[in-house]
Design a protein around this ligand. Structure first.
Ligand code: AMP
Length: 218
């Protein structure tokens, strides 16, 4: 299974990818997680990426493509993977297909998560993550047992800079302009499946597993 999870920020791609990884054993590659790790570690790539991320813009294609190329070369990804948040532009999609074709591979499926704008804004603005272990919570939909404290490690929960209201608008605009064209791009290649991403995490996961089983996942 070589999969891409596509959708606007806040549709729940990352959460669902974690679940698929736990059940089906395919590694999740999240370019957002990789970039945030680079920012935390203050690498030169992280310092370069941070300004784009804080503004809600995209990190330059060349930077993320190199990151993904290195990840896909790891033995863990040999039998499949879930790309979460990549590709986000048509040039990234073209590069991805080039990287895979070197080994005679191609994407099996692109899952397009669909959620209303209203729900996306509610999901993003209430999202909190642990400063220590990066676990993700939501003030309304997945609150921690103790307010502002991580259930797993006790770390402090913080709001991502780019989940602040003023940046959410910018991220959605970038999605509409640069990422949404990938829907038609993958539709034309006949590898796109739409998925209703509304409702609670468990229901979305049930729908997703039905799609994945239909593709032969086990
Ligand atoms: P995410 O966690 O996927 O919402 O990503 C957080 C931020 O990282 C995005 O708003 C972008 O600034 C950056 N980013 C993540 N993935 C990509 C990508 N494929 N291309 C460019 N920028 C990215």
């Amino acid at each position: 299974m070589r999969l891409v999870f596509l959708g606007a920020p806040g549709v729940g791609k990352g959460t669902q990818a974690d679940r698929v990884t736990a059940q089906f054993g395919r590694p999740k590659i999240s370019t957002g997680d990789l970039l945030r790790a680079a920012v935390r570690n203050q690498t030169s790539l992280g310092l370069e990426a941070k300004k784009h991320m804080d503004e809600g813009g995209l990190v330059p294609d060349a930077v993320v493509i190199n990151m993904v190329r290195a990840k896909l070369a790891e033995p863990l990804c040999r039998n499949g993977f879930i790309l979460d948040g990549f590709p986000r532009t048509v040039p990234q999609a073209e590069e991805l297909s080039g990287i895979l074709s070197v080994n005679g591979h191609a994407l099996d499926r692109v899952i397009n998560f669909r959620v209303s704008r209203q729900d996306i804004v509610a999901r993003l603005s209430g999202r909190r993550s642990c400063q220590k272990c990066q676990s993700v919570f939501h003030v309304n939909f997945a609150p921690p047992k103790v307010s502002e404290q991580c259930d797993r490690c006790g770390g402090a929960l913080v709001q991502r800079n780019d989940d602040k209201t003023e940046t959410i608008e910018a991220r959605l605009k970038v999605y509409d302009e640069q990422t949404a064209p990938l829907i038609a791009y993958y539709q034309a290649k006949q590898i796109l499946s739409d998925l209703d991403g509304s409702g609670d995490v468990g229901h979305v996961y049930d729908r997703l597993v039905t799609v994945l089983r239909g593709l032969g996942a086990q």
